[in-house]
Design a protein around this ligand. Structure first.
Ligand SMILES: Cc1cc2nc3c(=O)[nH]c(=O)nc-3n(C[C@H](O)[C@H](O)[C@H](O)COP(=O)(O)OP(=O)(O)OC[C@H]3O[C@@H](n4cnc5c(N)ncnc54)[C@H](O)[C@@H]3O)c2cc1C
Length: 391
C-alpha cells in the first residue's frame, strides 16, 4: 500500500511493477486529481498562454493499481491490512499568522487560481525570496504585475545556499523592477497587505506565502514506534522504524553515508529516483539510496542548477565573476587537504553542473586554482589532472 499519490508515490507503484511484483497495489492520495508534476506549476503553468497539462499520465488500468484519489488518511489505523506500507505524502507549505487571505503555491489548483489573478497592474506581495518565490516573481513580472518580495533573510536563498550567492541574485530582482525587501520579517498577513515587524506596511491586492514547506507527517504523529525526525526517519534503504514501513520523496529523512547525516530533500530528482530503491527493498532487496542530490530553478530568464550538499563546506570558490558575467558557478569545497568538491551551483553553465556531479560522486582531490578558472573544464579541476585547458 502506498499513501501519497504525487511523483514519489506513483513512481513507487510503477517501479514495483517494473521489478515484476504481481500482487495488489493500492495508491491513496488526498488530492482529487491523478498524480501530476509540480515543477511546471511555478513556471509554464503560470507563464504560457495555453498552460501545459502537468499530469504524469498514469495508466492505472495498465499498471493494475487500485488508485484511490480524494482520500486524506488521518492515521495508520485507518489503512486496514497491508503487507508493506510506503509513505509518500510529500510536504505542505507553511502559512504565516494573520487574518488576511494568503495564497500558497503547491497544488495544480493553487497554480490555476494564481494564474487567473496575475494581471497587469495587480499589486502582488510575495513573502519569501526562495526558489518558488523567485519563480513566481518572474512569472508575475511577465504578466505586468507590480511585485514586492518580502524576505526575512539577509539576501534571497541566504539559508538554502549562502548570502554571498544570494547577494548576486538580489540584483536579478532589482533588474526585473521588483521591490525586494530583505531582512524584513512579516508580522502578520492582513486584508489588503502585510504588516511588517517594526510597523511598516506593504499594500497588496494579492499575497502569496512562499516561505518553505514542512514534511506532511502530522497524520503520523500518533503512530507508536514510528520515528519522526524532520519527516519520517528512514535508513539508507528508506526503511522506517516500524517493520514493513518505508518512506520516500519530500516526506522522508534518509540516512546518507556520503554526507554522514540524515538528510531530507524537496527535490524532484529525489522523488523520481528514490522509488527505485524503495521498490527493490519492499520486494526484499537490500539497496541503498545515497545520491548526489540535484535540483534546478528557472528564474529571471536564468537556469540555476545545484548539485551536492554543502553542509560541511570550508570554502566557496567562484568560476567567473557573478557581478560581470551572465554565466557563472560557485563551488563549495571541503576542509580536506587536498579539498574535495562538495557542491556546485551553476547559472547558465550546465556542463559545469554535469561534470561537478561526477566530481562530487568520485570524491577526488581538487586543484583549487584550476577549478576557479572558468576557462578550464570542471572535470579538469581534479588534482594531478594534466588535461589541456578547455571550455
Ligand atoms: C511549485 C513547485 C515548483 C517546484 N519546482 C521544482 C524545481 O524546479 N526543481 C526541483 O528539483 N523541484 C521542484 N519542486 C519540488 C518537487 O516538485 C517535489 O520535490 C516533489 O513534488 C516531491 O514529490 P513527492 O511525491 O514526494 O511529494 P508531493 O508532490 O507533495 O506528493 C505528495 C502527495 O501526497 C498527498 N498526501 C499528503 N498527505 C496525505 C495523507 N495524509 N493522505 C493521503 N495523501 C496525502 C498530497 O496531497 C500529495 O498529492 C517544486 C515544487 C513545487 C510545489
Amino acid at each position: 500500500m502506498v499513501v501519497g499519490a504525487g511523483l514519489a508515490g506513483l513512481r513507487t507503484a510503477e517501479e514495483l511493477r517494473t521489478r515484476g511484483y504481481a500482487g495488489r497495489i493500492s495508491l491513496i492520495g488526498a488530492e482529487a486529481r491523478p498524480p501530476y508534476d509540480r515543477p511546471p506549476l511555478s513556471k509554464k503553468v503560470l507563464t504560457e498562454v495555453d498552460p501545459p497539462d502537468p499530469s504524469l499520465r498514469a495508466d492505472f488500468a495498465a499498471l493494475d493499481v487500485d488508485f484511490r484519489p480524494g482520500r486524506e488518511v488521518a492515521s495508520l489505523g485507518e489503512l486496514g491490512d497491508w503487507d508493506r506500507l510506503v509513505l509518500a505524502t510529500g510536504a505542505l507549505p507553511v502559512r504565516l499568522p494573520g487574518p488576511g487571505p494568503q495564497r500558497v503555491l503547491r497544488t495544480h489548483d493553487d497554480a490555476l487560481a494564481l494564474r487567473e489573478v496575475l494581471k497587469p497592474g495587480m499589486r502582488l506581495a510575495i513573502i519569501g525570496a526562495g526558489w518558488i518565490g523567485a519563480e513566481l516573481a518572474t512569472a508575475a513580472v511577465g504578466h505586468g504585475c507590480e511585485v514586492a518580495v518580502v524576505e526575512a533573510g539577509v539576501t534571497p536563498v541566504a539559508g538554502a545556499v549562502s548570502p554571498a550567492i544570494g547577494a548576486h541574485m538580489a540584483r536579478w530582482y532589482e533588474e526585473a523592477g521588483i521591490d525586494l525587501r530583505v531582512e524584513t520579517p512579516v508580522e502578520s498577513v492582513e486584508a489588503g497587505g502585510l504588516a511588517l515587524r517594526g510597523g511598516d506596511w506593504v499594500a497588496a491586492d494579492e499575497i502569496v506565502t512562499a516561505v518553505g514547506v514542512r514534511p506532511a507527517v502530522g497524520w503520523l504523529a500518533g503512530a507508536d514506534g514510528l520515528v519522526l525526525e524532520n519527516g519520517v526517519a528512514v535508513d539508507g534503504g528508506l526503511r522506517a522504524s516500524l517493520p514493513g514501513v518505508f518512506a520516500v520523496g519530500d516526506c522522508a529523512a534518509f540516512w546518507s553515508s556520503r554526507f554522514g547525516r540524515r538528510l531530507r530533500f524537496e527535490h524532484w530528482d529525489v522523488a523520481l529516483h528514490a522509488p527505485e530503491v524503495v521498490a527493490a527493498n519492499v520486494l526484499g532487496g537490500d539497496e541503498v539510496y545515497d545520491p548526489v542530490p540535484y535540483f534546478w530553478s528557472e528564474q529571471f530568464g536564468r537556469m540555476v542548477q545545484y548539485v551536492g550538499y554543502h553542509g560541511d563546506a570550508a570554502e566557496l570558490v567562484w568560476r567567473g565573476d557573478p557581478a560581470q558575467d551572465p554565466k557563472w558557478a560557485a563551488c563549495w569545497l571541503s576542509a580536506d587537504v587536498p579539498p574535495r568538491l562538495l557542491a556546485i551551483l551553476t547559472v547558465g553553465r550546465p556542463r559545469d553542473l554535469i561534470q561537478g556531479r561526477q566530481l562530487i560522486a568520485s570524491g577526488a582531490g581538487i586543484d583549487v586554482q584550476r577549478l576557479a578558472d572558468p576557462e578550464v573544464a570542471v572535470a579538469a579541476g581534479v588534482r594531478g589532472d594534466g588535461s589541456p585547458r578547455s571550455k
